[in-house]
Design a protein around this ligand. Structure first.
Ligand code: CA
Length: 425
């Protein structure tokens, strides 16, 4: 066992038997006593490593030696939600009337600046506002953690330590170059900073001093923050000519095995398959490529997504987050409203996904790792069993599907498959 992990367990155990009035420093004191200077050893190691990564010695010593373990960061990094949100729950939570109205107001308020940014960085204004709303509710929840302490605590807790080390070293370099004082660089518990929640390495590479006051201040200057976000988006491949995607409808006999982020086809191809926009018009006959995704299975809302959707996913690797950013951007400029269609009562827990995975392995449809992560190989195995049973191959384990899967055996199946019939109007 890694020595830091061992001491981390000790801290956690200790937290539960410690009265709330004890502050973090005395907790550290106890850990050092019982574990033999673990924290100091880690600090020493980090200061040496930082210098190898071209961080100045004085800077590394100054910030790392005074870093504190923040027990709130340790608690939050251990918290795992029991159930994930369903698509409909997430969208309706994120895209409230209030947020949409506020987004529209701020879009108009900052329109001149946003248009200037669009000329320079080639990102349409509504996307900047949409990211701002999703990341920090337009700057109102930026996080109030000391960023050095947050990153140090996460390294100490052995939560992706290589990743957070890189972020810590980037932060130290940024402190040297940005003109912003470290005490003003607040972050979320996970080290994300400012109006658009930049990790330090993103800040180091992409932050911009747009208002030209000598500071790259993504916390307090909206021009700096928005230009930094636009600079980042354009650097990771934003396409100024395109939108992100759109909601679609498909004909009753659509082959859902093709609805997958990896199946990119020209719009002309989807048009031939009868795919229509949400107003009931066939997609345009264009070579532009898109993939069809089904966030809540074939009964739920359906989208076609383009290359900018992938850019949103690179910002934050989450399907639901990306759909919310895209929809919010559209709502800002379209004056319509959105109501996500609900087909599921509950999201998935890791345990449910593990059950699905081991069942699929058991009946010979997969050899996947039972890790509780609903990824590509699980989706493929779900599609295989759906194909065998003549169910729509959407790869989505709806509650009903899971219930049936429970009763399935490889020899008998569970009920005679029925071909799909055109529904009566
Ligand atoms: Ca500035």
């Amino acid at each position: 066992m890694n020595k830091y992990f061992a001491s981390f367990l000790l801290v956690v155990t200790f937290l539960f038997v410690t009265p709330c009035s004890v502050n973090a420093n005395s907790i550290i004191g106890r850990v050092i006593d019982s574990e033999g200077n673990n924290i100091n050893a880690l600090k020493k190691e980090l200061i040496e490593e930082a210098q190898k990564e071209s961080v100045k010695k004085e800077l590394a010593e100054k910030y790392i030696s005074s870093a504190n373990i923040n027990k709130k960061v340790l608690e939050l990094s251990n918290h795992q939600p029991e159930l994930t949100k369903t698509y409909a729950q997430y969208m309706n939570m994120m895209l409230t009337k209030d947020r949409i109205n506020k987004a529209r107001d701020l879009y108009h308020k900052h329109y001149k600046l946003l248009k200037k940014l669009q000329k320079e960085y080639e990102v349409q204004p509504q996307y900047i506002i949409a990211f701002w709303g999703m990341e920090t509710n337009f700057g109102s929840y930026q996080g109030n953690f000391d960023v050095v302490d947050a990153l140090f605590s996460l390294i100490y807790a052995n939560k992706r330590p290589e990743f957070f080390k890189r972020e810590l070293f980037s932060l130290l370099k940024a402190i040297e170059k940005s003109g912003v004082e470290e005490k003003n660089m607040k972050s979320s518990w996970a080290g994300a900073m400012g109006n658009f929640q930049f990790m330090p390495s993103t800040y180091l590479r992409y932050a911009v001093d747009y208002d030209k006051d000598g500071k790259k201040d993504i916390w307090n200057s909206f021009p700096d923050a928005a230009a930094s976000a636009a600079n980042y988006l354009s650097s990771i491949g934003w396409d100024k000519e395109e939108i992100w995607g759109r909601q679609i409808t498909v004909p009753w006999d659509f082959d859902f095995s093709e609805a997958d982020i990896s199946v990119k086809k020209p719009l002309s191809y989807w048009r031939k398959k009868g795919v229509m926009d949400s107003k009931g018009k066939l997609l345009p006959n264009l070579e532009m490529k898109g993939a069809i995704i089904l966030p809540e299975g074939h009964r739920g809302d359906k989208y076609i997504v383009y290359s900018n959707y992938k850019v949103i996913m690179s910002w934050n690797y989450s399907i639901l987050y990306s759909l919310a950013v895209g929809n919010l951007a559209d709502l800002i400029v379209s004056r319509t409203s959105v109501k996500a269609k609900k087909t599921q009562e509950k999201g998935f827990s890791k345990e449910i996904v593990k059950d699905i995975q081991s069942k699929l392995n058991q009946v010979g449809l997969g050899t996947m790792e039972v890790d509780g992560v609903y990824g590509g190989s699980t989706r493929d195995a779900v599609r295989k069993i759906q194909k065998e049973l003549l169910l729509p191959q959407d790869g989505y384990p709806s509650a009903k599907f899971v219930e049936r899967l429970d009763k399935y055996t490889a020899e008998k199946g569970y009920y005679p498959p029925l071909p799909r019939k055109k529904p009566k109007k």
